[in-house]
Every structure is written in C-alpha cells, then in structure tokens.
Design a protein around this ligand. Structure first.
Ligand code: NDP
Length: 446
C-alpha cells in the first residue's frame, strides 16, 4: 500500500514542483483515501484521485492599481477552479503577501472535500492575491479591489464560480468587489458570499466559521462523554474565525484565555469575556490595530511577542490563524499540559508531524476541512437565500449550521471509526471523497 501511495505522490510532485503546501494537503488525502480506493472496485483503476488533484482551471492575472501617492502598484491575482463535479466552484479569496500558487492550490484542494462534506451542492475553488491590505487606506483597498474584480469578473458568476472571504478579505473587501462586479455586469446577483445584510448577505455568515468550529468541538467532546462547559480554551488568531470561535465559547461557558496575531499572543488568565471580546472586535475590525493593545486596556493580561499561544495550559486548542502554525513541539507542549482536543478553525494549521503526535497521544484532533466547514456551509445557505430572493432568520440559519456540523461529525464517525477512537482525518477525507468521486464517475471522463 505504502508503495502505491509513494508512486502516486511522486507523480503529483513531479507535476507540481516547488508547491510544498499543495503537496502537504495532497499527501494527507492520499494516505487515507488510496487504501479506500484500492478496496473498492468502483473507484479502483479509474485514476480518480489523479483527476481530483489536477485543477480544472487555473487563472493568473495582473492587478495594477494606483496608491494614494499616485504611484502605480502591481500585484498578482489568481483563481483556482479546482472541481465542479457536485456544483459551481465555491471558495474564498485571500489577500496576503504570502499568497502564491502552492498556497491557493492547497486551499482549493481542501475546499473540494470540505464543500462535499457540507452536503450542499458546491464544487471547490480558491483565489486571491499577494496584495497586503494591512497599512493601506480604505481608498487604496477600494482601488485594488476594483482592479482585481475588473479581471476576475469574466471568470465568475452565480452559477459558475462564487468567491467569498478569507484572510485579508472581510466585509469591506467583499463590498468593494461586489460593487465593481455589479457595475461591470449590470446585474444584481449572488456572485459573492459574505455580503452585507442589506444587500443579499445572510445572517450568521460572519459568525459561521467560528461558531461552526465550536459546534464541531462540542460534538467531539460529547463523543467522549464530556462538554465544553468550564473548559480552558486557547485560541490563535484574532480575525473573523478566532473572534466568533471565542464568542461561541464564551456563550457556552468555556473559558477563553488567549488570542493572537502575527506579532504575538495575549494571555488573559482571568478569561476573555464578552466585554473584552467586543474591545478586540473594535480593535481589529474598525481601528485595524495590533492585538498587543489588549494589554494596555487590560493590564492583568500579558503580551508575548513573536510567540504562538500553544505553550499556555489548556483543555482545548482552536488554531484559527493560518496554515502550519502549530508544530510538533507545540503538540508536545499541548499534550504535556493535558489538552484533550484540537479542533481546527483555520485551514491546515497543524503540521503533519503535529497531527501524528496528537493522534498518537490520544488527543482528539479534527482537520479544518471538517471542523471549519461551517463558513462555506452558511455561504451555501446565502446562495440559496439569494436564489429564493428571501432571507431566513438568525435562529433558522444558526439551527441549519448546527445541524450541518453535526452531520459532518457523523460522516467522520461513519468513515473514521477505528479500534482505539475516531480518526477524523481519515473520516473527513473518505466521506468528502466518496461524493465527489461518485459524481465524477457518473459524468464520464472529463
Ligand atoms: P482574518 O484575516 O480575519 O484573520 C486572520 C488572523 O490570523 C489574524 O489575526 C492574522 O494576524 C492571523 N495571521 C494571518 N497570517 C498569520 C501568520 N502568518 N502568522 C500568524 N498569524 C497570522 O482571516 P480569517 O479569520 O477569515 O481566517 C483565518 C483562517 O481560517 C485561515 O486559515 C482561513 O483560510 C480559515 N478559514 C476562514 C474562513 C472564513 O469564513 N473566513 C472559512 C474557513 C476557513 P495579522 O492580522 O497580524 O495578520
């Protein structure tokens, strides 16, 4: 078996050189899905995984724009249309200086499995730019977004490819891009999700990824006959996902003690309550400042520069910042401090070595493609509401979100139960694969 997996990976690597993040994501899937393919005649011999790892289309384009000093800036834009077997391409846009083909292809690949797990009819895609919104004025961000959409608009559409937000793309950026799309196409359609409430957005979409991650963690704990109540939670990041993961934890009476950004983390031993979280939301979403300002307002908290929060003792860790932010040494620290559950809010935040260590030390670990699928699930619900020209209430959307997260957890159990516990990686990969592969086989060799 190992030989088949290695041969497959060598071939993929040959075609995708210098794409480490993409190979990391493919390796994780290949190791769990190839043994399943080999045991099932309908998939074996169809070269189905090789077809899934090859994007249907990759678009790369120039984004030229003028900054406030009237200097011309040039960035690179991308859209990866990975797989449309079960629905139109769907996945976020990331604006961050680290963005490159490898990162977007890993995200698009993961998105295919994640969207399949939601049970909604959405294919997988991802896009973005190496543009850094940090330190830019609103008008600079607007000019960049308009230029970006002036090329992207010809590749997307409400039945074709529906982008959303991701790192560096929040409601402000979605608004500017939607405005430009509408102007270019002269039509009002649900071409982006994460829209404002008064122009086609869904209630609970801003909260969905963070809330969904916590709903998933609750399922994991319930499976171990315990609950989140009273547990100490360490969260990384302080953006969209981290903020709403923290909010849901507070609501269900777990104690959140950390948040972070790329400059370091804050540790508040008394716990981050609703009022303190409101301060963080204002700080990050409106003032767009660094998390270190937290300790100026709340001096009993500590700021640890250039560090991540995994050294803080906790019961539950929710990595909600970025890929490969939790390494094996961090996993060792978490295990040593008694952590029982690591549930990913970000995409691929744990390195493969960290995942193995957690799994081998009886920590319940969930990969982002399962546990953070709540964001895209509510994006799917936003698309449904746009088509119906109707809005569901907050509680209706929240109930659907919760039910979807419970269903995803059940799918992970169906395919990932092992003698000594649940292998959520295996469960998520196989459950996500089966639906996409079945659709691809039914649609012929395309
Ligand atoms: P935001 O841009 O809102 O926040 C990102 C947070 O992560 C910020 O606090 C940021 O700090 C921190 N961060 C980013 N890059 C790094 C880095 N290299 N090192 C340390 N910290 C970093 O993004 P989101 O909250 O939307 O996304 C967070 C993660 O969740 C990503 O992995 C994303 O792909 C994933 N995700 C998001 C979904 C969504 O609906 N938004 C859906 C599913 C997954 P700083 O401000 O200093 O850069």
């Amino acid at each position: 078996m190992n030989k088949i997996v290695q041969q497959f990976l060598a071939e993929v690597d040959q075609r995708n050189q210098h794409q480490p993040e993409f190979m990391q994501a493919v390796t994780e899937v290949a190791e769990t899905v190839i043994p399943y393919i080999v045991q099932h005649d309908i998939y074996y011999g169809q070269n189905i995984l090789m077809r899934i790892v090859e994007p249907e289309r990759v678009v790369s384009f120039r984004v030229a724009w003028i900054d406030d000093k009237e200097e011309i800036q040039v960035n690179r834009g991308y859209r990866i249309e990975m797989n449309s077997a079960i629905g139109p391409y769907k996945g976020g846009l990331r604006f961050h200086p680290s963005v490159n083909l490898s990162i977007l292809k890993f995200l698009a690949f993961e998105q295919v499995f994640k969207n399949s797990l939601t049970t909604l009819p959405m294919g997988g895609g991802k896009g973005g730019s190496d543009f850094d919104p940090k330190g830019k004025t609103d008008t600079e961000v607007m000019r960049f977004c308009q230029s970006f959409m002036t090329e992207l608009f010809r590749h997307i559409g409400p039945n074709r490819d529906i982008p959303a937000g991701d790192i560096g793309v929040g409601s402000r950026e979605i608004g500017y891009m939607f405005g430009q799309y509408k102007r270019l196409k002269n039509e009002f359609t649900g071409v982006l999700t994460g829209k404002g409430m008064s122009w086609g957005g869904s209630l609970i979409r801003p909260e969905a990824t963070g809330y969904g991650t916590v709903y998933f963690a609750e399922e994991m704990l319930a499976h171990q006959n315990t609950s989140m109540e009273g547990k100490v939670v360490v969260i990384s990041g302080s953006g969209n996902v981290a903020q709403y993961a923290a909010e849901k934890c507070i609501q269900i009476k777990a104690k959140v003690v950390t948040l972070s950004d790329s400059s370091g983390y804050v540790y508040d031993p008394e716990g981050i309550d609703e009022e303190k979280l409101q301060f963080v939301m204002e700080l990050k979403n409106v003032k767009r400042q660094r998390i270190s300002a937290y300790v100026e307002k709340y001096p009993k908290a500590q700021f640890h520069a250039k560090k991540n929060p995994w050294e803080v003792p906790c019961d539950i860790a929710l990595p909600c910042a970025t890929q490969n932010e939790l390494h094996e040494t961090d996993a060792k620290m978490l295990v040593k401090n008694g952590c029982i559950c690591v549930c990913e809010g970000a995409n691929m935040p744990c390195t493969p070595e960290a995942i193995s260590y957690l799994q081998n030390n009886n920590v319940s670990y969930a990969p982002g493609k399962a546990s953070n699928a709540g964001g895209v699930a509510v994006s799917g619900l936003e698309m449904a509401q746009n088509s119906l020209r109707y809005s569901w209430t907050r509680s209706e959307v929240d109930e659907r979100l919760k039910a979807i997260m419970q269903d995803i957890h059940k799918s992970c159990l169906d395919y990932g139960k092992e003698k000594n516990g649940v292998n959520y990686v295996k469960g998520a990969n196989i459950a996500g694969f089966v639906k996409v592969a079945d659709a691809m086989l039914a649609q012929g060799v395309v």
